[in-house]
Design a protein around this ligand. Structure first.
Ligand code: 6GU
Length: 389
């Protein structure tokens, strides 16, 4: 594979000379060249940026040096130009595998507010183009992203890894069943008073495989629930993680649901009825929230988060026209099933006069806790978490 990197900070790419890609170069599997974009400028100051048309903060990378660089590198239709940009598609293992099969990658590392859009359009006419982001955060430039992508891609080149088996089992690998990797241990058997789990020293390969799979599943549920298949209602409707775009419908649903609560609990202050769209957006960022849609319409929701060692459950909402069908019960089951590993109990609040809710919670194993303080007009219910549940 041939890799070219275009950057105004070529020194940033010095690690490419080291270890991993270095080995691949030595084996003749990889040829890497880093190019200074400034060498494709002609003014005294080697200018690569200018002010944006239409105004706005920051600077934009000028098109001419990029155009000249692409020409100098003799980029053709079989080559892939990778623009590293926070507005790109999220990089993942699948993309790494895809890129590892390409004969040539040219990384165009953007800086400032980005590259003149005509450069990307031009690139699409002369080569294959990928616009890739590392994740939902902002770096000062695409160099570190290019390094990360190159490292992920190069180790997948056939013949590069000493032990290809290790590619199969690791987190995010296609064969890992989409789970994160299980915890691993090596000698000594006891370190700092901590023992290696007995099952790993049992010699029982079936038991070891089951233990590892269960650990991987738990870890994934805890850290990356988005990687697991969504839970569903009996009819297959998914119970999905809420996204920021759900906020307006959540606001509407919670107003509809808590009007009923207000009527059942006269005089009680109900925060859910007073929240703005901005408030809903804020709490969406702080709680694990799940939603159910029917024919595109958001009809149910629930949220949970860890408070100390209790999993705090709230905002169980079901559209008024669908109440009584068991949706609330399913949402309650779901939010318990996805509780953080550290939770040893579940806790929820409801209006003291909300007969229907109280009945559902008690049926689900929750008990009224008059010994735990609650806001005026509300009651607290708790339930211990069963081990392994
Ligand atoms: Cl590829 N570039 C920049 N500048 N910031 C990023 C990124 C890329 N990926 C995540 N943040």
């Amino acid at each position: 594979m041939k890799i070219d990197v275009l950057s105004i900070f070529p020194d940033y790419l010095a690690p490419l000379e080291l270890s991993l890609p270095g080995k691949a170069r030595a084996k003749g599997l990889l040829d890497v060249a880093v190019h200074d974009l400034r060498s494709f400028t002609h003014d005294r100051h080697h200018t690569t940026d200018d002010t944006p048309y239409g105004g706005g903060a920051g600077m934009v990378m000028k098109p001419e040096p990029w155009g000249e660089a692409f020409e100098a590198l003799a980029i053709g239709e079989h080559d892939t130009i990778v623009f590293t940009t926070p507005s790109g598609a999220r990089f993942d293992q699948r993309k790494a595998e895809e890129l590892s099969a390409r004969p040539r990658l040219v990384f165009a590392c953007g800086r400032y507010e980005g590259i003149d859009q005509r450069v990307i359009e031009h690139a699409r006419e002369i080569a294959r183009v990928e616009e890739i982001s590392l994740g939902d955060y902002v770096l000062n430039g695409g160099e570190v992203a290019a390094l990360a992508i190159i490292e992920a891609v190069v180790r997948l080149i056939p013949g590069f890894m000493g032990n290809p088996e290790s590619l199969v089992e690791e987190s995010h690998a296609g064969d890992s069943g989409g789970l994160l990797e299980y915890p691993v241990y090596t000698k000594p058997p006891v370190w700092n008073g901590r023992e290696v789990p007995a099952v790993l020293r049992s010699g029982d390969h079936g038991a070891i495989a089951r233990w590892r799979h269960e650990q991987a599943r738990r870890r994934t549920a805890e850290r990356r629930p988005d990687l697991l298949a969504p839970s569903t209602l009996d009819d297959g409707t998914p119970i999905a993680r809420a996204v920021p775009g759900d906020a307006p419908e959540l606001l509407t649903l919670q107003r509809a649901c808590w009007v009923q609560e207000a009527l059942a609990n006269p005089g009680v202050e109900i925060p859910a009825l007073h929240e703005s769209l901005a408030d809903v957006r804020d709490w969406l960022g702080e709680w694990d929230t799940y939603v159910v849609r029917r024919a595109g319409r958001l009809v149910g929701a629930v949220r949970g988060r860890l408070e100390g060692d209790a999993w705090d459950i709230g905002r169980i909402m079901v559209a008024p026209d669908l109440q009584g069908e068991g949706l609330g019960r399913r949402l309650l089951e779901h939010i318990q099933a996805v509780a953080a590993e550290a939770a040893t109990s579940y806790v929820l609040f409801t209006g003291a006069g909300s007969e229907r809710n109280l009945k559902m919670y008690k049926k689900a194993g929750f008990r009224l806790r008059s010994d735990v303080p609650a806001p005026p007009g509300a009651v607290v219910l708790t339930k211990p978490r069963r081990a392994g549940a």
